[in-house]
Ligand binder design. Structure first.
Ligand code: PLP
Length: 387
């Protein structure tokens, strides 16, 4: 089979793999233990934290290790909003976009049930949030804006630098960026971003590890209780091998970013130029630089054609793809595509291809041929007349 679902998860980078194996063997002591072996494990974790902080140009105390991006996003949204509410006794206002990953979006829904005022920003037909709409939504009690860097379904790049710039003059409003799909693909500057999420398994690191950069002036309430780890914000025994391996993946991602970006751009161009010639396909991803070159999203406008049907037709040809994020793959309509197109046919018949430097140009050519065969099969069935 050929795998084109690298947005859902990646294989371990060889450096991350070696570190994971080595550390699982040697650093098994609990880093919170008071003995020599615990101290040694804790030293490794703190060295990792400092290395990451240097690369991200933040302070080591601003790097919080978590179980993954879902937890980081929950801490950034729910942790920040609840802490503010507890301190002031009032309900804050927060702003999210309609196309956030469910680990941000559902936090907004939950907080709304708890009395927090939540605005969900719309997107344009390219699936991009407008900084003007952020500005227009600000209220006296706004404490948080969360807009992702790269959308995980369409690859659309959000104007995070512009939003950071406009929020610079509002120090009481924290800006959170879910950087999961942008990290290691696009350059990012954290100077005016207050909270930033990265996931291990999307960048060649292990699953079950992520981080939240939280600038030192931010108050975050814990979501769990029972330990002093990670400054009490994230209690529980630190996963030492995962932290060390994740650190390798972060460093490798940044070192190799430019070279990979150029290769992904070539692959993206190859796939997109051929897909554009297949009648019936609608491209949902805007073209680079409005989208990141590792994600290509398209729909097929045929009566009764669904994402699930196409995923299985491609699987029969050995092609592994998905439609939405793995976390919301059971939903029939894509919330992201609905926000972008308001079109149910497009939003229920999308395919997301996600690329990686391991994909060869031959693989990409085979992928397009498989999609061509799928479309001709769909067309040969009468009931799937083009709409
Ligand atoms: N945010 C985005 C944009 C994602 O694509 C994902 C994964 O699908 C997540 C958050 C959740 O990441 P994790 O699996 O580390 O919890």
């Amino acid at each position: 089979s050929l795998y084109f679902d690298y947005c859902a998860s990646t294989p371990l980078h060889p450096r991350a793999y070696r570190t994971l194996m080595d550390s699982a063997k040697h650093n098994y002591a609990n880093p919170s233990s008071m003995h020599e072996m615990g101290f040694e494990a804790s030293l490794r974790v703190e060295e990792s934290r400092e290395q990451i902080a240097r690369h991200l140009q933040v302070k080591a105390t601003e790097v919080i290790f978590t179980s993954g991006a879902t937890e980081s996003n929950n801490l950034a949204i729910v942790g920040v909003a609840r802490a503010w509410k507890k301190r002031t006794g009032r309900n804050p206002h927060i702003i999210l976009s309609q196309i956030e990953h469910s680990s941000v979006y559902q936090c907004g829904k939950q907080l709304a049930e708890e009395g927090v005022e939540v605005s969900f920003l719309p997107v344009n037909s390219n699936g991009i949030v407008s900084p003007v709409s952020v500005k227009e939504s600000l209220q006296a009690n706004t404490i948080l804006v969360s807009v992702m860097h790269v959308n995980n379904e369409t690859g659309a790049v959000q104007p995070i630098a512009e939003i950071a710039e406009l929020l610079k003059s509002e120090p009481q409003i924290h800006f959170h960026v879910d950087g999961v799909q942008g990290f290691g693909k696009l350059q990012v500057e954290l100077e005016h971003i207050d909270l930033y999420t990265v996931s291990g398994h999307k960048i060649g690191g292990p699953k079950g590890i992520g981080l939240l950069v939280a600038k030192e002036y931010i108050e975050i309430g814990p979501l769990m209780y029972g330990g002093e780890q990670e400054q009490g914000v994230r209690p529980g025994t630190t996963n030492v091998p995962a932290v060390l391996s994740f650190t390798e993946a972060i460093v490798a991602s940044l070192e190799e970013r430019q070279e990979k970006f150029e290769y992904l751009t070539t692959l993206h161009g190859l796939v997109c130029s051929r897909l554009a010639t297949i009648p019936g396909l609608v491209m949902n991803s805007p073209l680079p630089p409005l989208s990141s070159p590792h994600i290509i999203n398209f729909s097929y406008r045929g009566r009764g054609v669904t994402s699930a049907m196409m995923i299985s037709m491609l699987a029969k040809q050995g092609i592994i793809v998905s439609s939405q994020s793995a976390c919301s793959s059971k939903a029939k309509l894509s919330r992201v595509l609905m926000a972008m197109t308001q079109d149910e046919t497009i939003s229920s018949s999308s395919i997301r291809l996600s690329l990686h430097e391991m994909v060869t140009q031959e693989d990409a050519v085979y992928l397009v041929a498989a999609i061509e065969r799928m479309v001709s099969q769909l067309k040969s069935k009468n009931k799937f007349d083009l709409l």
